[in-house]
Design a protein around this ligand. Structure first.
Ligand code: FES
Length: 562
């Protein structure tokens, strides 16, 4: 097996010439022959000026390099696509698979014996894990770490649950323009990913639960010195992985995916994580069944009291014992024989954890915040292939309910009419958004958190049942049915809903039904037309031709392992 710079030589029909040429060009960067003979650790750098969450990566990557060098390797960083959540149009979700292709191909094409994946913002970690698993070169996931909350007017603020809380107050007329501008400057004040249990923090926790990030590293704040020590340790560990290879496919298995699902449920994690974990697992040929998610959810308690469902921030979770302390509580439910990137089993990891745990943030298994997990999958005539609801972030008063549909045919239609004083809507209605799924032309944005119509918000309405084929930010909350599949843009039943239809939601029965007769639905179906013309070229065409529905993780059909 070739090592270091000798891997994957360009074929000129003369291997000696290829290596000679590669080494001479590598020497142009000032490396000595001794350095070039070392094992190579690639560092996949997802830094970008369009990614605020990764702004500390230069320092983090220096620490990774230090770890690699001290362990006898040669660290070489390389850039990949970066996905800054709020800087991408139509949505970062459209580009997760593009980044995963970039990561996979650059790991495979360049001569590296192991790789440290440095990511954090929502889609970057799933993209890196998907790419690394497909390339299957030894890999360590290093997370950006969460932002710190900010003290503001006597309370703590952190992106981005508080962003939504203040914006709702602004929409309800309780905070003026000047006030909201002042809040805007105090929501995200340090480097790192969103400060709550949003998608980035959930995916960081999942990376550790899967065994792909070093034990104890998921929740370390971005600006904490421990984050740099974790970076150094990740670099050093990558060299160990060169000496005794442990590939992502040996770490991401059916059992570790189930462990990750348990952790996702226990932390009250983001709905997006179901899509991402499904896509990651799909790269290993593992299928996550939504029915199985419900079985796990029924037997996994919510233990972590973090926003958006609770009161604390990620930095509090770190101080409370981190993801390891959560997993120790779940020990009886986990597959402890799973191997971790640390080179030891999960059991050995958990046995070595310090005893300290802050019970204000991480509840004991015997006294959970809720006996059941945070997420539930729904099925029924409106979502034959499934939908997701985050019950830990929803209002239980709305769990068993029938309502009248108020339908918006697209995001543009929603924006145009939601605040119209003449909109026929009451708090008892169900707001329905069509054409916001993977193939809608909007690429499944985080638009499932439909705003409460302004006139109802002003009257004090805080939650309503909202249904769509979109996703929702992990930092959002409400009684929100997401990921309805098949989506409306391919003619799923959601596309056939009309104003005034009755819809029945039952969390107890795991049901979401459109109460319209089959004959009427057939009539509507015969006049249905797709909402957008297929794109003619480029990545948009590749995306549209190959993206799968939510229950398959929205991966491309040709990237999954069959
Ligand atoms: Fe990057 Fe929230 S914007 S994690």
């Amino acid at each position: 097996m070739k090592k270091g710079l000798t891997r994957g030589l360009t074929n000129y029909g003369d291997a000696g010439f290829s290596l000679y040429l590669r080494r001479s060009f590598a020497k142009s960067m000032g490396y000595s022959g001794e350095m070039l003979a070392r094992p190579v650790v690639g560092i996949a750098d997802s830094r970008s000026g369009f990614n605020n969450c990764h702004r500390h990566f230069p320092e983090l990557i220096e620490a990774v390099k230090r770890g690699v060098l001290a362990a006898g390797g040669l660290p070489i960083e390389f850039p990949t696509v970066s996905l800054g959540e709020v800087f991408l149009s139509p949505t970062s979700m459209m580009f997760r698979n593009l980044m995963s292709i970039d990561v996979e191909e650059m790991i495979r094409a360049q001569p590296m014996d192991a790789v440290v994946l440095v990511g954090g913002c929502d889609k970057t970690v799933p993209a890196q894990l998907m790419g690394a698993l497909s390339a299957d070169v030894p890999a360590v996931q290093l997370l950006a770490g969460p932002m710190m909350p900010t003290s503001f007017h006597g309370e703590r603020l952190g992106a981005c649950t508080d962003c939504r809380r203040f914006w709702a107050l602004h929409r309800a007329g309780r905070i003026d323009e000047k006030g909201i501008e002042e809040v805007e400057g105090n929501l995200a004040t340090t480097a790192g990913t969103c400060a709550v249990m949003g998608t980035a923090s959930t995916m960081a926790s999942i990376a550790e639960a899967l065994g792909m990030a070093l034990p104890g590293s998921a929740a370390i704040p971005a600006v904490h010195a421990d984050r740099l020590r974790a970076a150094e340790a990740s670099g050093a560990r990558a060299i160990d992985l060169v000496k005794s290879p442990l590939r992502p496919s040996q770490i991401i298995t059916e059992k570790s995916v189930e462990n990750a699902l348990r952790v996702l449920l226990a932390i009250g994690g983001s709905t997006n994580a179901i899509v991402h974990l499904t896509a990651i697992a799909g790269r290993a040929g593992i299928k996550i069944q939504l029915n199985h998610l419900n079985e796990l959810s029924d037997s996994t308690p919510v233990l972590v009291d973090l926003k958006p469902t609770g009161q604390y921030y990620m930095s509090d979770l770190y101080a409370a014992g981190g993801v390891g302390a959560v997993m120790r509580e779940l020990k009886g439910l986990l597959h402890l024989d799973c191997m971790t990137v640390a080179g030891v089993s999960l059991k050995e990891v958990l046995d070595k954890l310090p005893a300290w745990v802050d019970r204000a943030v991480i509840k004991p298994f015997s006294e959970p915040l809720s006996k059941q997990g945070g997420l539930v999958a729904l099925f029924g005539s409106l979502a034959p292939n499934g939908a997701i609801l985050k019950r830990s972030a929803a209002d239980p008063k709305l769990f068993e309910k029938e309502g009248r549909a108020v339908v918006f045919s697209s995001l543009d239609d929603l924006a145009a009419r939601i605040d119209d004083p003449g909109l026929d809507v009451t708090p008892e209605d169900f707001l329905v958004l069509q054409n916001a799924g993977p193939k809608s032309g909007y690429a499944m944005p985080e638009a499932g958190y439909l705003p409460i119509p302004a006139k109802l918000a002003r009257a004090g309405v805080k939650d309503m049942v909202r249904i769509s084929d979109a996703r929702m930010s992990g930092t959002a909350y409400g009684t929100i049915v997401l990921h309805v599949s098949p989506e409306s843009a391919i003619g799923g039943p959601l596309a056939l809903a009309r104003n005034g239809d009755r819809i029945r939601l039952s969390i107890k029965e795991r049901k979401i039904d459109l109460l319209v007769s089959e004959s009427e639905l057939q009539k509507r179906k015969s006049s249905w037309k797709p909402p957008v013309a297929p794109p003619a070229r480029g990545y948009a065409k590749l995306y549209m031709d190959h993206v799968l529905q939510a229950e398959h993780g929205c991966d491309f059909d040709f990237l999954r392992k069959s």
